[in-house]
Design a protein around this ligand. Structure first.
Ligand SMILES: NC(=O)c1ccc[n+]([C@@H]2O[C@H](COP(=O)([O-])OP(=O)(O)OC[C@H]3O[C@@H](n4cnc5c(N)ncnc54)[C@H](OP(=O)(O)O)[C@@H]3O)[C@@H](O)[C@H]2O)c1
Length: 297
């Protein structure tokens, strides 16, 4: 019975959540221990190589990325803790403007103790908040933009600027053939802002483009113990990737699995050579443009 008690993930009141280690099997771990084990605090010597890019997303068991247009209803407390834990150790958080608008993004690090820990471990107080946008249709009252201490970088092919915001806003302008050059933008994030570990939080349309461009190293998929149904065609049943089909499909390799309160945390490596995957011929007839993105910037 002692062994069972040891692996019981339910925390004592005031204690951190413990997640069962399914793969590789082992003792339960807390979220901060998981972040350590992922090596997110490690920084490699600055070289010419691209930064490490992780994509963190949540989905129901039947593949839905939103309920009622939001991802929050999919998240249990372990997922919320993981979401914030991952943020605690990265240089920048990357997100599409659609998600910023829909989720009303706020300051990246909420807790002063986490900001202090980052300072103590040699990082800036908060990760840079990087927003991908073509139209720059971002209202200044979005909590992140209304936060005077926030540092925001807009990745765009446009020459436009946002109206004045309380947050400090800088621009990474990278354009190729009239569209955002994502690899070029990530290179600028590394060279200008020292971003070595980048955490992308979606949304689905940005995520698909990152995969298609071969820019994702690891997918951290939180599988929420829910079934929701819904018709993909209605737009309501968004999955974690939005846009044209990838052909061939990307191959992933399972690197780890944790469980807590029926939430599964799956860590996948993106196999070598996946950058060959591109939006399929069949879907090229369909617009590959992101909704609302003006290709001319
Ligand atoms: N389940 C999850 O883990 C998860 C995670 C994140 C979001 N979500 C949900 O996903 C929904 C939003 O989905 P989404 O796919 O529309 O959001 P998204 O990928 O965050 O945002 C799409 C927007 O990002 C900008 N964008 C993306 N690629 C671009 C490019 N190549 N060039 C220029 N701009 C580009 C455009 O912004 P502009 O319109 O400003 O030009 C575009 O409209 C929300 O309901 C959110 O709750 C779920």
């Amino acid at each position: 019975m002692a062994a069972e008690a040891d692996s019981d993930p339910r925390p004592e009141p005031g204690q951190p959540l413990r997640l069962r280690r399914l793969l590789p099997a082992g003792e339960p771990v807390t979220v901060p221990e998981t972040v350590e084990q992922l090596g997110l605090w490690d920084r490699r010597a600055q070289g010419s190589e691209r930064q490490r890019v992780l994509l963190n997303m949540v989905s129901t068991v039947d593949g839905r990325a939103t309920l009622g247009g939001r991802s929050a209803p999919l998240s249990g407390r372990a997922d919320r803790e993981m979401f914030h834990g991952l943020r605690s150790a990265v240089d920048a958080v990357l997100v599409g403007a659609g998600t910023v608008r829909m989720e009303r993004y706020g300051r990246i690090i909420h807790e002063e103790s986490v900001r202090r820990m980052r300072r103590d471990r040699g990082l800036g107080e908060e990760p840079l908040a990087c927003i991908v946008s073509g139209r720059l249709a971002l209202e200044p009252d979005i909590p992140l933009l209304a936060e005077p201490k926030a540092k925001v970088v807009i990745l765009t092919s446009s020459q436009a600027t946002l109206p004045a915001t309380a947050a400090e806003v800088e621009y990474v302008r990278a354009e190729r053939d009239g569209r955002l050059d994502l690899p070029g933008a990530l290179t600028q994030l590394r060279e200008r802002f020292g971003v070595q570990v980048l955490l992308c939080e979606g949304g689905p349309h940005l995520s698909l483009q990152l995969f298609a461009a071969g820019l994702v190293d690891e997918l951290l998929l939180s599988l929420s113990p829910r079934l929701a149904g819904g018709e993909a065609a209605s737009g309501e049943a968004l999955r974690i990737l939005g846009g044209p089909e990838l052909d061939p499909p990307l191959s992933l390799e399972i690197l780890g699995a944790l469980e807590c309160e029926s939430d599964l945390f799956l860590r996948y490596g993106v196999s070598e050579g996946v950058s060959a995957a591109r939006p399929s011929e069949a879907s090229r007839g369909v617009s590959t443009a992101v909704p609302g993105v003006d290709a001319s910037g």
